[in-house]
Design a protein around this ligand. Structure first.
Ligand code: ATP
Length: 241
Protein backbone atom coordinates (compact mmCIF):
# COMPACT_ATOMS: atom_id res chain seq x y z
CA UNK A 1 0.00 0.00 0.00
CA UNK A 2 1.35 3.40 -0.97
CA UNK A 3 -0.90 5.22 1.51
CA UNK A 4 0.75 7.04 4.42
CA UNK A 5 1.12 4.63 7.28
CA UNK A 6 -1.54 4.61 9.94
CA UNK A 7 0.84 3.02 12.39
CA UNK A 8 4.58 3.31 12.13
CA UNK A 9 7.50 2.30 14.28
CA UNK A 10 10.96 3.65 13.62
CA UNK A 11 14.24 2.59 15.22
CA UNK A 12 12.24 0.81 17.86
CA UNK A 13 14.58 -0.85 20.33
CA UNK A 14 13.69 -2.62 23.52
CA UNK A 15 16.11 -4.10 26.01
CA UNK A 16 15.63 -5.93 29.29
CA UNK A 17 18.82 -5.30 31.20
CA UNK A 18 21.58 -6.26 28.80
CA UNK A 19 19.29 -8.37 26.65
CA UNK A 20 18.25 -6.64 23.39
CA UNK A 21 14.78 -8.11 22.89
CA UNK A 22 13.79 -5.99 19.88
CA UNK A 23 15.62 -3.99 17.24
CA UNK A 24 13.26 -2.85 14.51
CA UNK A 25 14.50 -0.22 12.01
CA UNK A 26 11.02 0.32 10.60
CA UNK A 27 7.60 -1.23 10.70
CA UNK A 28 4.73 0.40 8.84
CA UNK A 29 1.06 -0.43 8.63
CA UNK A 30 -0.73 1.27 5.75
CA UNK A 31 -4.37 2.30 5.79
CA UNK A 32 -6.57 -0.66 4.97
CA UNK A 33 -3.67 -3.05 5.20
CA UNK A 34 -3.37 -6.33 7.07
CA UNK A 35 0.21 -6.98 8.10
CA UNK A 36 1.33 -10.10 9.89
CA UNK A 37 4.22 -10.04 12.32
CA UNK A 38 5.20 -13.62 12.83
CA UNK A 39 7.88 -15.46 14.71
CA UNK A 40 8.48 -18.30 17.09
CA UNK A 41 8.26 -18.28 20.88
CA UNK A 42 10.53 -15.62 22.31
CA UNK A 43 11.07 -13.89 18.95
CA UNK A 44 9.95 -10.60 20.47
CA UNK A 45 6.30 -10.41 19.49
CA UNK A 46 4.99 -9.52 22.94
CA UNK A 47 7.84 -7.09 23.37
CA UNK A 48 6.77 -5.36 20.13
CA UNK A 49 3.11 -5.21 21.14
CA UNK A 50 4.03 -3.77 24.54
CA UNK A 51 6.29 -1.16 22.96
CA UNK A 52 3.62 -0.09 20.45
CA UNK A 53 1.04 0.27 23.22
CA UNK A 54 3.46 1.85 25.67
CA UNK A 55 3.34 -0.89 28.24
CA UNK A 56 6.37 -1.26 30.41
CA UNK A 57 5.87 -4.55 32.15
CA UNK A 58 9.27 -5.93 33.12
CA UNK A 59 10.87 -2.45 33.08
CA UNK A 60 12.20 -2.50 29.53
CA UNK A 61 14.42 0.21 28.14
CA UNK A 62 12.56 1.48 25.07
CA UNK A 63 13.87 3.86 22.43
CA UNK A 64 12.65 4.94 19.02
CA UNK A 65 9.42 6.37 17.70
CA UNK A 66 5.87 5.11 17.36
CA UNK A 67 3.54 7.17 15.19
CA UNK A 68 -0.19 6.94 14.76
CA UNK A 69 -1.54 8.84 11.76
CA UNK A 70 1.79 10.60 11.57
CA UNK A 71 1.63 11.81 15.15
CA UNK A 72 4.45 10.80 17.48
CA UNK A 73 2.80 8.92 20.34
CA UNK A 74 6.02 7.49 21.79
CA UNK A 75 5.81 9.55 24.95
CA UNK A 76 2.11 8.95 25.57
CA UNK A 77 0.80 6.57 28.21
CA UNK A 78 -1.13 3.53 27.04
CA UNK A 79 -4.60 4.95 27.69
CA UNK A 80 -3.82 8.01 25.55
CA UNK A 81 -2.68 5.79 22.69
CA UNK A 82 -5.89 3.80 23.05
CA UNK A 83 -7.96 6.99 23.11
CA UNK A 84 -6.37 7.98 19.80
CA UNK A 85 -7.49 4.72 18.26
CA UNK A 86 -4.55 2.36 18.71
CA UNK A 87 -6.50 -0.62 20.00
CA UNK A 88 -5.16 -3.90 21.21
CA UNK A 89 -6.93 -7.22 21.42
CA UNK A 90 -4.60 -9.03 23.79
CA UNK A 91 -3.83 -12.72 23.86
CA UNK A 92 -6.92 -14.63 24.95
CA UNK A 93 -9.17 -11.65 24.15
CA UNK A 94 -10.04 -8.88 26.57
CA UNK A 95 -13.53 -9.58 27.81
CA UNK A 96 -15.14 -9.33 31.22
CA UNK A 97 -15.74 -12.92 32.35
CA UNK A 98 -18.63 -12.06 34.66
CA UNK A 99 -20.44 -9.62 32.38
CA UNK A 100 -22.81 -10.72 29.63
CA UNK A 101 -22.08 -10.15 25.95
CA UNK A 102 -24.47 -7.18 25.99
CA UNK A 103 -22.74 -5.73 29.04
CA UNK A 104 -19.30 -6.35 27.58
CA UNK A 105 -20.25 -4.39 24.47
CA UNK A 106 -21.91 -1.63 26.49
CA UNK A 107 -18.78 -1.28 28.61
CA UNK A 108 -16.88 0.23 25.70
CA UNK A 109 -19.77 2.19 24.17
CA UNK A 110 -19.34 5.28 26.33
CA UNK A 111 -15.80 5.76 25.10
CA UNK A 112 -16.74 5.29 21.45
CA UNK A 113 -15.34 7.76 18.94
CA UNK A 114 -16.72 8.88 15.58
CA UNK A 115 -15.09 5.87 13.97
CA UNK A 116 -16.94 3.44 16.19
CA UNK A 117 -18.93 0.61 14.66
CA UNK A 118 -22.57 0.49 15.66
CA UNK A 119 -23.94 -2.47 17.57
CA UNK A 120 -25.80 -3.58 14.44
CA UNK A 121 -22.62 -3.52 12.38
CA UNK A 122 -20.85 -5.56 15.01
CA UNK A 123 -23.64 -8.16 15.05
CA UNK A 124 -23.65 -8.31 11.27
CA UNK A 125 -19.99 -9.23 11.43
CA UNK A 126 -20.37 -11.64 14.32
CA UNK A 127 -23.89 -13.10 14.14
CA UNK A 128 -22.84 -15.66 16.70
CA UNK A 129 -22.61 -12.93 19.35
CA UNK A 130 -26.24 -11.99 18.87
CA UNK A 131 -27.19 -15.55 19.79
CA UNK A 132 -25.09 -15.26 22.94
CA UNK A 133 -26.27 -11.90 24.26
CA UNK A 134 -27.10 -13.12 27.75
CA UNK A 135 -24.15 -15.43 28.18
CA UNK A 136 -21.29 -14.15 30.30
CA UNK A 137 -17.79 -13.75 28.91
CA UNK A 138 -16.76 -16.75 30.99
CA UNK A 139 -19.40 -18.95 29.36
CA UNK A 140 -18.23 -18.25 25.83
CA UNK A 141 -16.04 -20.57 23.83
CA UNK A 142 -12.52 -19.41 22.97
CA UNK A 143 -13.63 -18.41 19.48
CA UNK A 144 -16.65 -16.48 20.74
CA UNK A 145 -14.47 -14.70 23.31
CA UNK A 146 -12.05 -13.67 20.59
CA UNK A 147 -14.95 -12.36 18.49
CA UNK A 148 -16.33 -10.43 21.44
CA UNK A 149 -12.92 -8.92 22.13
CA UNK A 150 -12.63 -7.77 18.52
CA UNK A 151 -16.24 -6.51 18.62
CA UNK A 152 -15.43 -4.44 21.72
CA UNK A 153 -12.47 -2.88 19.93
CA UNK A 154 -14.67 -2.06 16.91
CA UNK A 155 -17.23 -0.38 19.18
CA UNK A 156 -14.46 1.97 20.33
CA UNK A 157 -13.53 3.00 16.81
CA UNK A 158 -10.06 1.77 15.93
CA UNK A 159 -7.60 3.63 13.71
CA UNK A 160 -5.28 0.66 13.94
CA UNK A 161 -6.10 -2.68 15.49
CA UNK A 162 -3.36 -4.84 16.98
CA UNK A 163 -4.31 -8.48 17.39
CA UNK A 164 -1.99 -10.37 19.70
CA UNK A 165 -1.99 -14.10 18.97
CA UNK A 166 -5.71 -14.43 18.22
CA UNK A 167 -5.20 -18.07 17.26
CA UNK A 168 -3.95 -19.20 20.66
CA UNK A 169 -6.18 -21.79 22.27
CA UNK A 170 -8.56 -21.97 19.32
CA UNK A 171 -9.49 -25.05 17.32
CA UNK A 172 -8.07 -24.80 13.78
CA UNK A 173 -11.53 -24.28 12.29
CA UNK A 174 -12.11 -21.30 14.59
CA UNK A 175 -8.72 -19.83 13.81
CA UNK A 176 -9.71 -19.74 10.16
CA UNK A 177 -13.10 -18.25 10.96
CA UNK A 178 -11.68 -15.48 13.18
CA UNK A 179 -8.92 -14.59 10.71
CA UNK A 180 -11.32 -14.59 7.76
CA UNK A 181 -13.54 -12.15 9.63
CA UNK A 182 -10.52 -9.93 10.22
CA UNK A 183 -9.74 -10.09 6.50
CA UNK A 184 -13.31 -9.04 5.73
CA UNK A 185 -13.00 -6.05 8.07
CA UNK A 186 -9.95 -4.96 6.14
CA UNK A 187 -11.51 -5.52 2.71
CA UNK A 188 -14.98 -4.17 3.40
CA UNK A 189 -14.30 -1.49 6.00
CA UNK A 190 -10.73 -0.47 5.28
CA UNK A 191 -9.63 -1.36 8.77
CA UNK A 192 -5.85 -1.39 9.36
CA UNK A 193 -4.70 -4.43 11.27
CA UNK A 194 -1.40 -5.61 12.68
CA UNK A 195 -1.72 -9.33 13.25
CA UNK A 196 0.91 -10.63 15.65
CA UNK A 197 0.92 -14.38 15.29
CA UNK A 198 2.92 -17.46 16.04
CA UNK A 199 0.69 -19.45 13.71
CA UNK A 200 2.44 -18.58 10.43
CA UNK A 201 0.46 -21.13 8.48
CA UNK A 202 -2.82 -19.44 9.39
CA UNK A 203 -1.54 -15.87 9.13
CA UNK A 204 -0.10 -16.37 5.66
CA UNK A 205 -3.59 -17.17 4.35
CA UNK A 206 -5.03 -13.75 5.19
CA UNK A 207 -2.32 -11.08 5.38
CA UNK A 208 -1.13 -8.64 2.71
CA UNK A 209 2.42 -8.51 4.00
CA UNK A 210 4.43 -10.65 6.33
CA UNK A 211 7.23 -9.59 8.67
CA UNK A 212 9.20 -12.50 10.07
CA UNK A 213 11.08 -11.76 13.28
CA UNK A 214 13.64 -13.84 15.08
CA UNK A 215 15.52 -12.87 18.22
CA UNK A 216 14.06 -9.39 18.00
CA UNK A 217 15.20 -8.70 14.46
CA UNK A 218 13.50 -8.76 11.07
CA UNK A 219 14.68 -11.88 9.29
CA UNK A 220 12.53 -11.44 6.19
CA UNK A 221 9.62 -9.31 5.09
CA UNK A 222 7.56 -8.69 2.02
CA UNK A 223 4.26 -9.16 0.22
CA UNK A 224 2.71 -12.44 1.20
CA UNK A 225 2.95 -13.86 -2.33
CA UNK A 226 6.73 -13.54 -2.26
CA UNK A 227 7.06 -14.66 1.33
CA UNK A 228 5.20 -17.86 0.60
CA UNK A 229 8.12 -18.87 -1.61
CA UNK A 230 10.82 -17.70 0.80
CA UNK A 231 12.89 -20.73 1.76
CA UNK A 232 13.28 -19.44 5.32
CA UNK A 233 9.51 -19.38 5.71
CA UNK A 234 8.99 -22.73 4.05
CA UNK A 235 11.75 -24.40 5.98
CA UNK A 236 10.80 -23.08 9.39
CA UNK A 237 7.03 -22.90 9.16
CA UNK A 238 5.44 -24.45 6.14
CA UNK A 239 7.39 -27.66 5.72
CA UNK A 240 5.78 -30.98 6.40
CA UNK A 241 5.73 -32.27 9.94
P1 ATP B 1 5.87 -15.58 23.15
O1 ATP B 1 5.20 -16.07 21.92
O2 ATP B 1 6.38 -16.67 24.04
O3 ATP B 1 5.10 -14.53 23.90
P2 ATP B 1 7.40 -13.48 22.03
O4 ATP B 1 7.75 -13.57 20.60
O5 ATP B 1 6.25 -12.64 22.40
O6 ATP B 1 7.22 -14.91 22.63
P3 ATP B 1 8.84 -11.92 23.93
O7 ATP B 1 7.97 -12.33 25.07
O8 ATP B 1 8.63 -10.59 23.39
O9 ATP B 1 8.71 -12.98 22.76
O10 ATP B 1 10.34 -12.11 24.38
C1 ATP B 1 11.44 -11.67 23.60
C2 ATP B 1 12.71 -11.78 24.41
O11 ATP B 1 12.70 -10.87 25.49
C3 ATP B 1 12.94 -13.15 25.01
O12 ATP B 1 14.31 -13.42 24.96
C4 ATP B 1 12.48 -12.97 26.44
O13 ATP B 1 13.15 -13.86 27.29
C5 ATP B 1 12.84 -11.54 26.72
N1 ATP B 1 11.92 -10.95 27.70
C6 ATP B 1 10.60 -10.73 27.52
N2 ATP B 1 10.06 -10.13 28.58
C7 ATP B 1 11.05 -9.97 29.49
C8 ATP B 1 11.14 -9.41 30.81
N3 ATP B 1 10.07 -8.89 31.40
N4 ATP B 1 12.34 -9.42 31.41
C9 ATP B 1 13.42 -9.94 30.80
N5 ATP B 1 13.42 -10.48 29.58
C10 ATP B 1 12.26 -10.49 28.91
Amino acid sequence: SAAAPVLEAESLRVAYGGNQALDLPRLALGAGELVGVVGANGAGKSTLVNALLGWSRGRPRVSGRVRLDGEDISALPTHERVRRGLLLVPEGGAVFARLTVTENLAASADRATGRAYTEDEVFALFPRLRERLHHTGGQLSGGERQMLAIARALRLGPRALVLDEPSIGLAPRLVVSVLETVRRLVDERGLSVLLVEQNVRAAIEVVDRLVLIERGRVLAEGPVAAMRDDPRIIQAYLGEG
